[in-house]
Design a protein around this ligand. Structure first.
Ligand SMILES: Cc1ncc(COP(=O)(O)O)c(C=O)c1O
Length: 283
């Protein structure tokens, strides 16, 4: 098995955001910079893979197999993790092959991943082709019980008192994990980036039960933060991203981080968090 050094910036930095909109309401807003953990395996990808890699190794597996679309960050991160930790990797990709490969898939192949394309209908059943067995299967998006336990390690890294922990929600795995290890009156607030993703409430409870045996009631999901849908970038969002970049020199990713931060500032402007300390996870 080949392995190479992987530099992980852990615990990820916690940076206070200085912003006049916060000062006016006595709010402290800290950014948990999981996006800086590693360039190839950013924050929530690393947290989700960590215990899965251990489980795969413990189970004697030499091959990881997972699923994703042609632009999946999870596919990319799985390829990088396999490369660094000595696993073969297989990516089952939704849809047809397009040449030349886009940047994400080219990265995956450069890191040793074998790609197999399946049509959209077949993909729904998440098939594991016989030729790739045996293998350790990671779900699409990476959220399973090990992933949730990995995300649950995040709150303990925060060494200041806080009231609310915010994260973006795609599969709900991050929210399920971070909410599980909050203390006392601390609350978690997730921002769904998909439109009409109300199933996520059940999904977060399911993931918590799978990982810890019980669901917690200290979290909620904002379902009005999708800005029109997953890949939509309305004017309000791009304007927020440009303004945030100018104020704080941080380029928010438009699909997850920007929606969370923009919706959080909407709530702050509405007076919801006066006098509290908030931690927002960039992942
Ligand atoms: C930057 C960022 N934030 C949040 C999430 C959401 O994570 P989850 O799928 O655990 O809900 C993702 C998922 O890819 C992400 O890339």
């Amino acid at each position: 098995m080949r392995t190479s050094q992987l530099a992980l910036n852990l615990p990820s930095p916690l940076a206070e955001l200085h912003d006049d909109r916060l000062r006016a309401q006595g709010i402290r807003l800290l950014l948990k910079r999981d996006d800086l953990i590693n360039p190839a395996i950013p924050g929530n990808k690393w947290r989700k893979l960590k215990y899965n890699l251990a489980a795969a190794k413990e189970g004697g597996h030499r091959r990881l197999l997972t699923f994703g679309g042609a632009y999946s960050d999870h596919i990319r991160a799985t390829a990088a993790a396999g490369h660094h930790f000595g696993f073969e990797t297989v990516g089952i990709i939704r849809g047809e092959e397009h040449r030349p490969l886009n940047e994400s898939l080219a990265f995956a192949v450069d890191h040793g991943m074998t790609l197999a394309y399946v049509d959209r209908t077949t993909y729904r059943n998440k098939p594991v082709p016989e030729r790739f067995r045996p293998c350790y299967v990671l779900p699409e998006g990476g959220s399973n019980d090990h992933a949730v336990r990995g995300c649950a390690d995040l709150p303990a890294e925060i060494d200041v008192g806080f009231d609310v922990l915010c994260c973006a929600c795609g599969t709900g795995g991050t929210l399920a994990g971070v909410a599980a290890t909050l203390h006392g009156d601390q609350r978690a607030l997730g921002f769904a980036v998909l439109k009409g993703a109300h199933y996520l409430n059940d999904e977060v409870r399911r993931l918590q039960r799978e990982a810890f045996g019980a669901a917690t009631t200290n979290w909620m999901i904002d379902h009005e933060a999708h800005f029109g849908g997953y890949a939509k970038r309305p004017h309000e969002l791009t304007e927020f991203v440009d303004d945030f970049q100018e104020r704080h020199d941080i380029a928010l990713d438009p699909v997850y981080e920007a929606k969370m931060m923009c919706a959080l500032f909407r709530r702050i402007d509405a007076g919801e968090f006066a006098g509290t300390t908030i931690v927002a996870v960039l992942a």
